[in-house]
Design a protein around this ligand. Structure first.
Ligand SMILES: [Zn+2]
Length: 245
């Protein structure tokens, strides 16, 4: 059985890599291309992990990390299955969340189709875990609370940039963060999402505080060093959803 779990982990890792490779480029499922010279890679070369035939660019560190981490994570899930999700749903959800996090880290982007798939996936899981009322409440609360933060962030950035007479460069939170909070709200339900968002904000605050400190020491401090919030949102949700007790 452990062999089956390993194979599931490897397939999950391949799937996460594939989706993270093609979705941000084409916005649809298509042929992967070299991240360096954009030559399309044949399915055979892609699966056998060959270097790019045109520029001999190697597969990214992320691809290796994902491929190594998923079998480990799935074995962990097998021995310590999340109490209410169980192994199979846990493994499936891990693929989705992995795609979201990798694309956000690499592109600062949450694609709309990915958010939509998230709703389709999270809604039945949420209803199964919390019943439809608390699932919908969680989704609305996740989306709504993050929307307020997003709106305040935009106002604040506008205010600062107008005082400085500069154009608005980037805002602290993106709308993708809002969408993903809605998806996580469906998964965590009400009132779980409040704890999930709280955890994410604390974690994100600690890390961005650290980044600001380091960049102040190096005297490269910028007002809006954008920190991707999606990984922290997902971490908060993982902690709540994947506890084996
Ligand atoms: Zn290439």
């Amino acid at each position: 059985m452990i062999l089956v779990v390993l194979v599931i982990g490897l397939l999950s890792g391949l799937l996460v890599n594939y989706l993270a490779d093609v979705l941000p480029v084409d916005r649809r499922l298509g042929r992967p291309q070299c991240s360096h010279c954009h030559t399309p890679i044949s399915t055979g070369d892609y699966l056998t992990w060959r270097n790019c035939t045109t520029c001999s660019h190697r597969r990214s560190l992320r691809a290796w990390l994902v491929l190594a981490l998923y079998p480990l994570a799935d074995i962990g899930l097998w021995f310590y299955p999340p109490l209410r999700l169980g192994f199979w749903l846990g493994a499936l959800l891990l693929v989705y969340l992995g795609v979201v996090v990798v694309i956000d880290l690499e592109h600062r982007l949450v694609l709309h189709p990915v958010s939509l798939i998230g709703v389709l996936l999270a809604l039945p899981i949420g209803i199964w875990l919390h019943g439809w009322l608390y699932t919908l409440l969680g989704g609305v609360a996740g989306f709504g609370m993050m929307y307020v933060l997003y709106y305040l962030g935009t106002l604040f950035s506008r205010w600062v940039s107008s005082r400085r007479g500069e154009d608005l460069e980037e805002v602290a939170l993106g709308f993708g963060d809002v969408n993903i909070s809605g998806v996580l709200g469906l998964l965590l339900g009400w009132p779980g999402i409040t704890l999930g968002l709280f955890t994410a904000i604390i974690l994100g605050g600690l890390v961005s505080g650290g980044i600001i400190l380091v960049s102040m020491v190096q005297k490269r401090y910028r007002m809006f060093t954008a920190v991707p919030y999606v990984p922290f949102l997902v971490l908060g949700a993982l902690w709540l959803l994947y506890r084996p007790f």
